[in-house]
Each structure stands twice: as structure tokens, then as C-alpha cells.
Design a protein around this ligand. Structure first.
Ligand code: SF4
Length: 124
């Protein structure tokens, strides 16, 4: 999986799990940032869950987070990832990624603006 050295100083390495339209907002936020194959050794790792989590992909999401080199900060990015979004009443949609994982930061919105992700990352 690829990471972004978000501030270019090795402090915060960010990866996304892009599941639906909100991945476009993540891509917008990451424009111009440095992509790296591995997180820098001292970096805080942040995993951004962007979009609609379904019950089918939920185990994969959990595995990706569990297999990080060190425990990551988990950011739930989108109304969908926070609570199911407009699909909250679908029988196949997980009603929030916090049903699988401990979430550190919630960024709701359909979609949330890219700057809202940057603001959270600045605080890490
Ligand atoms: S919150 Fe809205 S824009 Fe984002 S993935 Fe869900 S439906 Fe798409």
C-alpha cells in the first residue's frame, strides 16, 4: 500500500482506504504531497477510511489496519464511514467503521471538504 509523507518531513504518513466517492476528496487533499512506499521510521501512521464501508469489505478494512507496521491513527472520513451516510438503511452497509475499529477522528460530511482532513492531520 502506498503512503503520503503528508508534510514532507517524515512526521505523518497517510494512507487511504478508498471505498466510494469520498476517495476523490482524499485525492484532492493529497495533491502535491510526496508519495512513499513505506512510512518513514518515526512517522505517525494515519489511515483514512474514505467512503462507504459494506459488510463485505469490512474484514478487509480491519485487516489493513491491523497489518500496519505500528498502530495507526484511524480517521473516519465521510458521512458513510462515520455512520453509513445516505445508505444507512441498506442491509449491506456497515453503520460506521467504528463498528470494526477504534476510530480516533471523525470527519463527517457528504462529502467532507479536503481541507477538513488536512486540519485533522495538522493536529497529529
Ligand atoms: S459520504 Fe457521500 S460523497 Fe462520501 S462516499 Fe458517502 S455518499 Fe459518497
Amino acid at each position: 500500500m502506498a503512503y503520503w509523507d503528508w508534510f514532507g518531513d517524515g512526521r505523518v504518513a497517510v494512507a487511504d482506504i478508498g471505498l466510494a466517492c469520498c476517495v476523490v476528496e482524499f485525492e484532492a487533499a493529497s495533491l502535491g504531497r510526496t508519495r512513499v512506499a513505506e512510512p518513514p521510521p518515526e512517522a505517525t501512521i494515519a489511515i483514512v477510511v474514505a467512503g462507504t464501508v459494506t459488510d463485505a469489505v469490512a474484514p478487509l478494512v480491519r485487516d489493513i489496519v491491523a497489518n500496519q507496521p505500528r498502530p495507526p491513527v484511524v480517521i473516519s472520513f465521510s458521512a458513510c464511514a462515520c455512520a453509513g451516510g445516505p445508505y444507512w438503511d441498506s442491509s449491506v452497509v456497515t453503520k460506521g467503521v467504528d463498528q470494526l475499529l477504534e476510530v480516533d477522528h471523525y470527519i463527517p460530511g457528504c462529502p467532507p471538504p479536503p481541507g477538513s482532513l488536512h486540519a485533522v492531520l495538522e493536529g497529529l
